[in-house]
Design a protein around this ligand. Structure first.
Ligand code: FES
Ligand SMILES: [Fe+2]
Length: 327
């Protein structure tokens, strides 16, 4: 979305029209025109920093939502307005602040400096739809035990959990040391992962990689890769609820300009293999609000306490949810 244009985003309870003016500024407004309800994102036009409705040509400012022109009316009434959603652009994504009680943003998403300055460049993206409770995906960060079981088999074992423990590639294994902690900035948390690889049980330190995964809010994670000779980069992971129990997940990778693109492309592919193992679990599991945990799983409970800040009393619930979150 690097040029003026108009885009449509479908979201759980909201429909947005997203557009960019010639100066590059992006705006997010309600998709439905308050005049007679036409969808601005289907046939609407960008006019300066306004969007023009395709039905009768009313124009609305992306800055404050005010109607600036009604082609056939003498006067534009003061109350003619469309809702503008607080949004920002980070790492090639347009992010929208949504609060079910309409509270204004209480924190901002920081830019990854190297991405903003162009020192790290874009090398690709992956996209998945996952049938899971919205909390399952971030909770993975605090579930250290699954790393050494689900993610231990070498990536060539693939994503189908019926075959990932097969003997053929057993001579190569991933090893993970991970620790998850909330940060003093309440809406952030951090997972530090040390990844190593063994071949026939022998550890090759040259292949060790440090990954720090900083979660910002409920649906965004910056995974910073650091490797002694393969360089540094960031993978930005986002989770957007599309409808109840359906999440849209993207991974976008930016990497040091000087590193050949095969490295970040390989990392993105390797990440997608590991991620799809989780997806097979998520697509088929239940969310348990009262899981049966042992002492070593304590971080999962801490993660749930941390994540509970993103719900409020009026967070949308479904009738079957009245007795808890097991839906
Ligand atoms: S419905 Fe949008 S201008 Fe009439
Ligand atoms: Fe996982």
């Amino acid at each position: 979305m690097g040029y003026p244009g108009l885009h449509r985003i479908l979201w759980t309870r909201e429909q947005f029209a997203v557009f960019r003016d010639a100066s590059g500024q992006s705006y997010v407004v309600d998709a439905y025109c308050p005049h007679l309800g036409a969808n601005l994102s289907v046939g609407g036009r960008v006019m300066g920093s306004c969007i023009e409705c395709p039905f009768h040509g009313w124009q609305f400012s992306g800055k404050d939502g005010k109607c600036t022109r009604i082609p056939y009316a003498e006067k534009v009434p003061e109350f003619a307005k469309i809702k503008v959603w607080p949004s920002c652009e980070v790492g090639g994504m347009i992010l929208v602040w949504y609060h079910c009680d309409g509270v204004s943003p209480t924190w901002q998403v920081p830019e990854q400096e190297e991405v903003a300055s162009g020192a790290w460049v874009f090398h690709g993206t992956t996209e998945h739809f996952v049938n899971a409770h919205v909390q399952e995906i971030p909770e993975n960060a605090a579930d250290a035990a699954h790393l050494s079981f689900l993610h231990e088999p070498w990536i060539m074992n693939g994503v189908d959990l019926r075959h990932t423990k097969s003997k053929f590639w057993r001579f190569m294994k991933h090893h993970w040391k991970a620790e998850w902690q909330p940060e003093p900035d309440m809406h952030c948390s951090c997972l530090i992962v040390k990844h190593s690889l063994t071949i026939f049980g022998k550890h090759f330190p040259l292949l060790d990689m440090m990954i720090s995964a900083r979660q910002i809010g409920p649906g965004l994670v910056f995974l910073i890769f650091q490797h002694d000779f393969l360089g540094c980069g960031v993978m930005i992971h986002s989770v957007t609820p599309v409808e109840p129990l359906l999440q849209h997940v993207t991974h976008r990778i930016y990497y040091q300009r000087s590193v050949p693109s095969i490295i970040p492309k390989f990392l993105l592919w390797a990440e997608s293999i590991q991620f799809e193992r989780d997806v097979m679990i998520w697509n088929n599991k239940q969310y348990l609000s009262k899981p049966l945990l042992v002492k070593e799983d304590a971080a999962i409970q801490r993660h749930r306490r941390w994540y509970s800040q993103f719900y409020s009393e009026n967070s949308p619930k479904f009738p079957s949810q009245n007795t808890g979150l097991d839906w």
